[in-house]
Design a protein around this ligand. Structure first.
Ligand code: TXA
Ligand code: MG
Length: 318
């Protein structure tokens, strides 16, 4: 037996209510969900992901109106961002309600991360379930996030009868923007599809993160394939592939122009939206090419590419 791909919302909501894990599509990446108010279910989630307990998970809600069950306070800036971008690829780090037994088992100290996903399947699941769903990306700790139901099934092949709500390929393709607050200002903990410019355009001032936030998304090495990965300028790639080839090392490449002699090649998209949508699938495929090295052409340094450059830096670190 292996995981089961489905679109049966009722069965998925019942599984969550019964303390089981359910994977589901969101517009960013697939999540591996558990009833956030059920300590045993959240434990099972950490075990399945092999995720260290000190790395907290995001609580997903059907509607931001439910934030009061989790957050002690919603700053005005957070309200403005929720109005502008929820549902959507945005996660808000808010001061957590203190002293509630149903929150005691969630990691993350005095904060709780809340997200209202926009994918119709995720929304229907959250509405049918009713409560908060703790859901990290549906991959092993440190590995590439999944952007299709097939990726999730491959990642958790041994989780018998795990339900995977199959919503097709993720439209955004990289994880949500995570934003924290200090006074009336916001700071970006993890860049994503909701950009710094969009946040400022929503009338919210941005400041640099006040301190290092202990979170896996902020670890230098994360979102990484197993194969070593290097990012370099387009002009350097052909020479590196030839040199590696001479040394008997097969190289897989993600670049705009086809590279002669690459063991595998994926074409990099010209727009950041399409590049992000394809990024993890491309890296997964190149990781599966049995090469000794993955080379990625350096995308532009422009602000629209910031979230992509962030993920590539982390994939290359270590
Ligand atoms: O797009 C997304 O955000 C996806 C989909 C499934 O919603 N989820 C996701 O979850 O990327 P995960 O667990 O892979 O990354 C969540 C990030 C981590 O960096 C985690 O440390 C941070 O959110 N986080 C969650 N709760 C936190 C808290 N209480 N304090 C600080 N950071 C927190
Ligand atoms: Mg993750």
């Amino acid at each position: 037996m292996s995981p089961v791909l489905t679109t049966d919302i009722t069965a998925a909501a019942a599984a969550l209510a019964g303390g089981e894990l359910v994977a589901f599509a969101t517009e960013t990446v697939y999540g591996l969900g558990a009833d956030a108010a059920n300590p045993a279910a959240v434990d099972a989630l950490y075990r399945a992901k092999k995720r260290p307990r000190e790395h907290p998970v995001i609580v997903h809600l059907a509607d931001f109106a439910g934030a009061g069950e989790w957050a002690a306070r919603v700053p005005a800036a957070a309200r403005a961002l929720a109005r502008a971008f929820m549902p959507g690829p945005l996660t808000l780090l808010l001061p957590r309600l203190a002293g509630l037994p149903h929150l005691a088992h969630l990691s993350g100290g005095e904060w709780v991360a809340l997200r209202v996903p926009a994918h119709p399947l995720a929304r229907r699941l959250l509405e049918a379930f009713g409560g908060g769903v703790a859901a990290p990306s549906a991959n092993r700790f440190g590995a590439l996030s999944p952007t299709s139901a097939r990726h999730v099934a491959a990642e958790f092949a041994e989780l018998e009868r795990l339900l995977i709500l199959d919503g097709g390929d993720c439209a955004v393709g990289i994880e949500s923007t995570i934003v924290g607050f200090e006074g009336d200002a916001a700071f970006i903990v993890r860049p994503g599809d909701v950009s710094a410019q969009m946040i400022r355009d929503a009338g919210v001032a941005l400041v640099p993160p006040p301190r290092a936030v202990a979170a896996p998304g902020t670890l230098a090495r994360h979102y990484a394939p197993r194969t070593p990965l290097r990012v370099m300028a387009a002009g350097e790639i052909a020479e590196q592939v030839a040199a590696a080839g001479a040394a008997g090392l097969a190289v897989a490449v993600l670049s705009r122009e086809r590279v002669e002699g690459a063991a595998a090649w994926r074409q990099a998209a010209e727009t950041p939206a399409q590049y992000a949508r394809e990024l993890y699938r491309h890296l997964r495929e190149l990781d599966g090419a049995a090469a000794g090295l993955i080379i990625v052409e350096q995308p532009p340094a422009a602000p629209e590419w910031e979230a992509i450059n962030d993920r590539l830096r982390r994939a290359a670190a270590g």
